[in-house]
Ligand binder design. Structure first.
Ligand code: CA
Length: 244
């Protein structure tokens, strides 16, 4: 078994898209702490933006403060729970923010052990040995129907209920994330993204981009550009994390 330490490289991009008046997505990361986050907010007026940026601020404050120290699974779950509470509390105090919430997909790396925590329909993908696989499962009404065999993928894409998510941060006093654990290998490329990317591009298109071997910054720009070209109907956010 190899004990060589792994190195992580990352880049991110976010864009309002072509149809929405504002950007309710938010992201944050710290390579030295091994923390990478994407949020997609929802709620009336400015509430979506408040929910997603509050989630990022809380998670970054709790997981990337002080000395470089990679968070354990327990640290990550506690931070997620506190971020949930912070949004929920804020909404309780202001009726204009009532019901606001956000998705959260987090990748937390403790050496080779990569943990992905997910609430909502933002996604994590992994490209390993030229094969793309989706790590997370969407907490959305239509995806849950697809998984239980009551709806086809095509029906899901066209459904008027495709925006309904079944789990979010901040809408209830408690939330439980899905947790996925992966042993990272050199060459792995992870993508965290909001649905503004995955609604516009198919998995095959995303895979083709990820295989292009471009520098990560440029690859992020290309993904955003492609999503805008395909419609840009929603805010688009992506973080790429490469293991070397
Ligand atoms: Ca969105």
């Amino acid at each position: 078994m190899s004990t060589a330490t792994v190195q992580f490289t990352a880049a991110a991009a976010t864009d309002r898209g072509r149809k929405r008046p504002s950007n309710e997505d938010a992201f944050g990361y710290s390579i030295e702490h091994g923390v990478y986050l994407v949020c997609d907010g929802m709620g009336g007026a400015a509430a979506g933006e408040i929910a997603s940026s509050l989630a990022i601020d809380e998670m970054m404050r709790l997981l990337s403060n002080g000395e470089p120290h990679t968070p354990t699974l327990d640290d990550s779950c506690k931070a997620l729970s506190q971020a949930n509470h912070a949004i929920y509390e804020r909404a309780q105090k202001n009726y204009k923010l009532c019901g606001m919430g956000t998705t959260l997909v987090a990748l937390v790396a403790e050496e080779r052990r990569v943990r992905v925590l997910n609430v909502g329909d933002s996604r994590c993908y992994m490209l390993r040995k030229d094969r793309l696989r989706q790590v997370t499962l969407d907490h959305s009404l239509v995806e849950e129907q697809v998984r239980s065999g009551r709806m086809t993928k095509t029906e899901a894409l066209r459904s008027p209920l495709r925006n309904v998510i079944t789990r979010a941060l901040g809408t209830q006093c408690q939330v439980t994330p899905d947790v996925f654990e992966i042993e990272a290998e050199a060459g792995d490329l992870f993508l965290l993204c909001s649905d503004g990317l995955t609604r516009e591009l198919t998995d095959a298109q995303i895979e083709a981009h990820l295989k292009s071997n471009l520098p990560l910054e440029e690859l992020c720009t290309q993904l955003v550009k492609a999503a805008n070209k395909a419609g840009g109907n929603d805010n688009i956010t992506c973080i790429l994390v490469r293991v070397d």
